[in-house]
Design a protein around this ligand. Structure first.
Ligand SMILES: [Zn+2]
Length: 181
């Protein structure tokens, strides 16, 4: 028996917030960049690193059913996720359950099945500082960042991140990865 879809699935397969769950190369780059920011007095809060593929599967298909007209009965199965997207072939219940999952996940954008997060190559983090952020980049050059905004979208900070191999995706405020995707 499979279990009907619904928000009780959302806490399962949690997203990691540990930098140790990233690939060794990107994990080291992210640690060095974060350490440099903290040394300069910035606060850095990591919200997400590795997203298990099972979670990506749940997030993707609840969006497709709840928001895009996907036939719940036609969703491909995933090993290890014994979910009944069709809720016993009750379309209204299936859509309602999928929307409840979208709400619980607080989905902002339709979720991709494969992303830099499932590949252990991305970090979501909130960054803030006051006044001027004095930070040394990967090449040893000192920067005094006095410009606004004082957060992760600051273009000078984006340049410093790049020197470490941590690349900003500007359209997604907390998101950085090894290639900007
Ligand atoms: Zn992200």
């Amino acid at each position: 028996m499979s279990e009907p879809s619904g928000p009780q699935w959302c806490p399962r397969f949690p997203t990691s917030t540990s930098l140790d769950d990233l690939t060794p190369d990107f994990g080291d780059a992210a640690k060095a960049f974060i350490s440099a920011m903290k040394k300069g007095g910035a606060t850095v809060s990591v919200a997400a690193t590795y997203r298990p593929p099972e979670r990506a599967y749940l997030m993707h298909w609840c969006c497709m059913i709840g928001g895009s007209g996907q036939d719940p009965a036609a969703v491909p199965p995933m090993a290890g996720v014994n979910i009944d997207w069709s809720c016993g072939h009750n379309l209204a219940a299936a859509k309602s359950a999928a929307r409840a999952m979208m709400a619980k996940y607080e989905i902002q954008y339709p979720a991709a099945l494969v992303s830099r997060h499932t590949q252990r190559r991305a970090v979501d983090m909130t960054i803030a500082w006051q006044g001027t952020l004095r930070i040394t980049d990967f090449n040893g050059a000192a920067h005094a960042i006095a410009s606004s905004p004082r957060d992760g979208s600051n273009s000078e900070l984006v340049g410093v991140g790049k020197s470490f191999g941590v690349i900003k995706l500007l359209s997604d405020p907390p998101h950085w990865s090894d290639d900007g995707h």
